[in-house]
Design a protein around this ligand. Sequence first.
Ligand code: ATP
Ligand code: MG
Length: 254
Amino acid sequence: MSDVLQTMLKIGGLWKSFAGFVATRDVSFELKAGEIHAVIGPNGAGKTTFFNLITGHLRPDKGSVAFEGRDLVGLPPQRIVRLGIARSFQRINIYPRLSVFENVQVALIAHEGQQWNLFRPGRSLHREGTRELLELVGLAAEATETAGELSYGKQKQLELAIALASQPRLLLLDEPTAGMSPQETSETIASVRDIVKARGLTLLFTEHDMSVVFGIAERISVLHHGEMIASGAPDAVRNDPEVKRVYLGNNAHG
Ligand SMILES: Nc1ncnc2c1ncn2[C@@H]1O[C@H](COP(=O)(O)OP(=O)(O)OP(=O)(O)O)[C@@H](O)[C@H]1O
Ligand SMILES: [Mg+2]
């Protein structure tokens, strides 16, 4: 069935080195529109680097990154966001002193390119859209709270609302449940899946928790020392001899 899905992201022969250390080694990869796809691999395998190469935060030494047929290499992150790719970061990235509401409102204003002017004070802009997004991620009740004072799990939900403010078609989440309690993890994952499916988004995420990965991913790709050693359906990846040997077989957390 996945064969009828269109390719959304196509990456070919991607390389990235840091001062001689190869962090991304000849990675080729395909992401289909509408799928939930996990990128797994031990600490230092190159997952975040891979995301940074897609989102323009790093420039590949070699290789191609095509999103919906358009070459992204060399475009700055802001352009790539506008083309329809949003991400969250491994480390929390919000305005801690602003309220929850203002964090999302600022993101919407930034995306819509609304002018601040004397006759339309900034705080009146996008109130409806902000409320909708907070509702969507389950933060409506916390709207007036100071963002930096939210629990860790709720800050991650806020980041998700901020990412969604740019109306992406592709969402990249780098360890969306890192640092969460098991309870927060399962709630977050259920909510992310619902949002992705309800909005018809495509999700690419990294995650160390294998119960999360195998719980929601429709396809899984495995990075090991910067190399993509497997990519496919969960069962195929779980039973792949090389994946078992270098990763799942011993310590899944790396
Ligand atoms: N800007 C950088 N300069 C030098 N080395 C880097 C840089 N970014 C990443 N690396 C190195 O590249 C390798 C891959 O790092 P990366 O952060 O992509 O791994 P990761 O799979 O995301 O790991 P984790 O699971 O711990 O988040 C690591 O050895 C890291 O030290
Ligand atoms: Mg990482």
